[in-house]
Design a protein around this ligand. Structure first.
Ligand code: X8Z
Ligand code: ZN
Length: 633
């Protein structure tokens, strides 16, 4: 999700700041960085004053959002020096407003407020995830850095010539053999040549060393901004967005990881053994972390592209979703239409015509765009869009559902005040569409005409289905966790700039059991080669979403009264589930997230036991397979 300006809970890339108040009136001036002179405020704050402050702040935020959203959209769709300039400018205005509002809101610190007002004020006081300090020039510098980093990633490409005929298409009209991330990712997904994999993996990481200095400067700025807001560093600020003390959230993430780690450890052990069978002891030693370039994904974050190496039961049918989509002749728009139909089958209104007119579905040939998939809410009402360079394959079919989940969530909470136009927590926002994708079962594929009724695999193929799913979802868990473990340590100074890369690999190894294919150059800045670092999007949300989506799915299947294993359950067409789900979505972030979770699932705690239950038969299989192996790294 691309969130423009945001207050209450987590999420957000950029926010606004600025406000000036007097005893009688509080006009909110965005244009100036002049600090509010508290000394001029004579009277004690009152409830009425707080109410008016919130109303004015809302108005100002909405006004700035309307402009910023369009500028960010244009920048991401046409990366040029000029759109970067416009983005830096509006981003700075946003950062200013956010800081000012956060400071102004402190005036009500000692006033006892009704719960709803207190929640809004607290949201303002958190500022944004990237707060600028309240001093001249800071907001502008921060915004310029953020824009530069984001655009540098979007434009990233490098020289690489493959001799493998399956990639020949890439080199038509490409005499210089310069490839982009989409093309590099195709090679990583399909090649089984370790030399080629290593070269492409290393090639992509050449885009990021130039980002490092700006990144470390940005860290300084937002740490200072976070200090002013009362947090010890930006990590503490980020962790404070979960309706609990920041330190409790750290423990909560560790607790959830503890629930699912045994499952990951078994999968890691099995996948390493299978890779060893394929590549041999030199490339995949059995007592070492796995080489990160062998897993079918540029970051080793999901492993579905090497499913063919680990299929448990090769004689039982496997479903090749990519092939089904290709056979059906879907184009990019049809993929989105099918995604939309899942939501409407649950009772959600269809997407507006503007969605179809204004979204970007296909990578344009003639200009630079940020291809990383995102969902947008331009007017905080109905002007919702996605921006995605869709590839016609199963992975992107799922990502389309993921993005639509954001859009349907945004529309569900459109009548909330701006303070609450957000997910219950940021993990919820990332989990909605993923939960829908868990219902893409063989029976569902039959219903939508993609799979022939006679081709539905029987129970003998269950392990295959579960393994395919685990290669995506279980494999992702430690990556989802480590990205912000790294950022938290960068923010708190544990990793100084000259330790950024070593720190990254320390955590890659610790959590994922991965290693780089070779020594990294002294100037390497590998975190910068992952979108969310230069894109400035917090990442813990995806870890939470991978826990939550299984909780949602389990609850949905229970509401639907579907019997049988969770991985065979599809809630397609179930209006009761839809209406309960929409009920939770409509709440936005108006209530602490445990209340939203309870509204849908009946439980108020995030809980890894749903994903563990989902994969229970696979866990039994993995343990059996691993029983004579030495696991771990
Ligand atoms: O960034 C995304 C979405 C947009 S919010 C496509 N995801 C993470 C990633 O690609 O790294 C979805 C799963 C994890
Ligand atoms: Zn998302």
């Amino acid at each position: 999700m691309k969130k423009i300006l945001l207050l209450a809970a987590a999420s957000s890339s950029i926010l606004i700041a600025s406000c000036q108040e007097t005893a009688t009136e509080m006009p909110i001036e965005v244009e100036t960085e002049t600090p509010i002179v508290k000394a001029e405020v004579k009277s004690e704050p009152t409830l009425q004053e707080a109410k008016e402050f919130l109303e004015k702040a809302e108005k100002k935020i909405v006004e700035l959002n309307a402009e910023a959203a369009r500028i960010y959209w244009i920048n991401a769709n046409f990366i040029t020096d000029d759109t970067d300039w416009l983005t830096s400018k509006i981003g700075a205005e946003g950062a200013l407003l956010s800081t000012k509002l956060a400071n102004d809101a402190k005036r009500f610190n000692d006033l006892t407020l009704p719960a709803d007002m207190a929640r809004k004020i607290d949201g303002l006081k958190r500022g944004s995830n990237f707060p600028a300090p309240d001093k001249p020039g800071a907001a502008k510098e921060l915004s310029t850095i953020q824009t530069n980093l984001n655009s540098a990633y979007g434009k990233g490409k490098f020289k690489y010539k493959s001799n493998d005929p399956q990639f020949a298409d890439m080199y038509e009209d490409n005499a210089d053999a310069i490839i982009n991330l989409g093309q590099a990712s195709d090679i990583i997904a399909k090649s089984r040549d370790p030399k080629e994999l290593r070269a492409v993996w290393e090639g992509w990481r050449k885009i990021s060393p130039p980002m490092k200095n700006e990144y470390s400067r940005m860290v300084e700025i937002i740490n200072e901004g976070s200090n002013e807001l009362g947090y010890k560093d930006a990590g503490a600020l980020w962790r404070s967005g979960y309706d609990m003390p920041a330190d409790d959230f750290t423990k909560e993430a560790d607790r959830l990881w503890g629930q699912v780690k045994p499952l990951y450890d078994e999968l890691h052990c099995h996948v390493r053994a299978k890779l060893n069978e394929n590549y041999g002891d030199d490339i995949v030693p059995l007592d070492q972390p796995i080489r990160a370039d062998l897993l079918g994904n540029m970051w080793g974050q999901s492993w579905g592209n090497i499913y063919d190496m680990v299929v448990p039961n090769p004689d039982a049918p496997s479903i090749d979703e990519t092939q089904l989509i290709l056979d059906a002749g879907y184009d990019e728009i049809e993929m989105v239409k099918v995604g939309e139909k899942f939501f409407t089958s649950l009772g959600f209104d269809p997407l507006p015509q503007t969605f179809w007119d204004r979204s970007l579905f296909v990578k344009p040939k003639d200009r630079e765009v940020v291809c990383h998939a995102s969902a947008w809410d331009i007017d905080d009402k109905d002007d919702i869009r996605i921006k995605m360079c869709i590839k016609i394959n199963s992975e992107d079919f799922k990502t389309v559902h993921h993005e639509l989940g954001h859009n349907f969530y945004q529309r569900a909470y459109k009548n909330q005040p701006v303070y609450y136009k957000d997910g219950a927590n940021d993990g919820f926002h990332e989990a909605i569409g993923d939960m829908i994708s868990l219902s893409i079962t063989p029976d569902y594929l039959v219903k939508i005409g993609l799979l022939d009724e006679n081709a539905v695999p029987d129970a003998s193929a269950d392990l295959n289905l579960l393994m395919a799913q685990a290669m995506e979802k279980v494999a992702f868990l430690p990556f989802g966790l480590m990205v912000d473990q790294w950022r938290w340590k960068v923010f708190n100074g544990e990793y100084a700039p000259d330790e950024y890369n070593a720190g990254w690999w320390e955590l890659r190894e610790k959590y994922q059991g991965l290693r780089s294919p070779g020594d990294r150059p002294a100037n390497a800045f590998d975190p910068g080669a992952k979108y969310h670092i230069p894109g400035n999007t917090p990442y813990m949300r995806y870890f939470l979403a991978h826990i939550l989506q299984f909780q949602f799915h389990q609850a949905a299947c229970e509401i639907a009264g579907v019997e049988g294993p969770l991985h065979r359950c599809s809630i397609y067409g179930n209006k009761e589930v839809g209406s309960r789900f929409e009920g939770m979505m409509k709440m936005g972030s108006s209530k602490p997230w445990p209340e939203a979770l309870e509204a849908f699932t009946g439980k108020s705690k995030m809980d890894g036991s749903a994903i563990v239950a989902y994969f229970d038969p696979l866990m039994t299989y993995l343990k059996e397979e691993n029983k004579d192996r030495t696991c771990g790294w």
